[in-house]
Design a protein around this ligand. Structure first.
Ligand SMILES: C[S@@+](CC[C@H](N)C(=O)[O-])C[C@H]1O[C@@H](n2cnc3c(N)ncnc32)[C@H](O)[C@@H]1O
Length: 235
């Protein structure tokens, strides 16, 4: 099964990879893994890197924000850190002096460890590898702080305002606890006015909960499938 009910043709060899958590190559040649507990992939099989750039970094306007000199991002469900890596690349390309601060929520050290084994195509992926080990890391003007544990609890420890949010849990069907109105309210609280939350899901229940939590909700880009992602803006 692929995230958000989007099915892709999966080659037979994937079966063994699914059990052993071996790397799987997606259509843009970037690597993902399959999580046996949720029976879902960490990224879209249409392109893991493409997803990070086009569903998260671009719609959250990371490059534009970086030109102002400083940006803070909340990465909910950090996983292999692709969304953060895409954001760091976009920010530094737009403004090499930009101060980038990322607050990352993730509860599984095992997937963090996988970041050390792969050669992801992001320019600044070395910082993600450091995070997998140290949970707090700095490289030049970029700093990542990882909150290891249940995102529902850890979001309450975030006590600074963010300019953008990447919301990337497993699907609403498999991981409903991370798509609730209550959790979205906690995310809403830490966002600056005008900040954008991006997520791959366009499920009606997700959009309803975002609206109830106070967000203005709109279609995000269509990437790798015939359905849009979702953008939610704090007004
Ligand atoms: C779809 S993957 C995220 C992929 C990730 N954004 C990336 O770029 O690699 C979902 C992630 O949510 C994490 N997760 C699941 N339940 C969680 C929870 N309650 N709190 C924090 N993280 C959770 C999983 O370990 C997994 O890494």
């Amino acid at each position: 099964m692929v995230k958000d009910g989007v099915h892709a043709r999966v080659p037979v060899y994937v079966k063994e990879d699914m059990i052993l958590m071996k790397p799987i190559t997606t259509k843009d040649n970037s690597i993902t893994f399959h999580n046996p507990e949720y029976d879902e992939y960490y990224h879209s099989l249409s392109g893991a890197m493409e997803e990070a750039v086009k569903k998260y970094a671009e719609p959250c306007r990371i490059a534009q924000l970086a030109r102002k000199g400083s940006i803070t991002i909340l990465d909910v469900c950090f996983g292999l850190g692709y969304n953060s890596a895409a954001a760091i690349d976009a920010a530094l390309e737009a403004n090499p002096q930009c101060r980038v601060r990322i607050l990352a929520l993730e509860n599984d050290q095992e997937i963090l460890n996988k970041a050390r084994d792969i050669d992801a195509g992001f320019k600044n992926y070395s910082l993600i590898r450091k995070i997998a080990e140290m949970h707090n890391a700095r490289q030049g003007s970029v700093e990542i702080e990882l909150f290891l544990g249940d995102a529902i609890i850890k979001i309450k420890d975030v006590n600074e305002k963010v300019d953008a949010v990447f919301l990337d849990p497993f699907s609403p069907k498999r991981c409903p606890e991370l798509w609730t109105e209550e959790f979205f309210r906690d995310i809403h609280k830490v966002m600056r006015e005008g900040a954008i939350l991006a997520t791959y899901s366009c499920a009606r229940s997700v959009r309803e909960n975002l609206k109830k939590a106070g967000f203005e909700v709109m279609d995000g880009p269509f990437v790798g499938r015939n359905a849009p992602s979702t953008l939610a803006v704090k007004r």
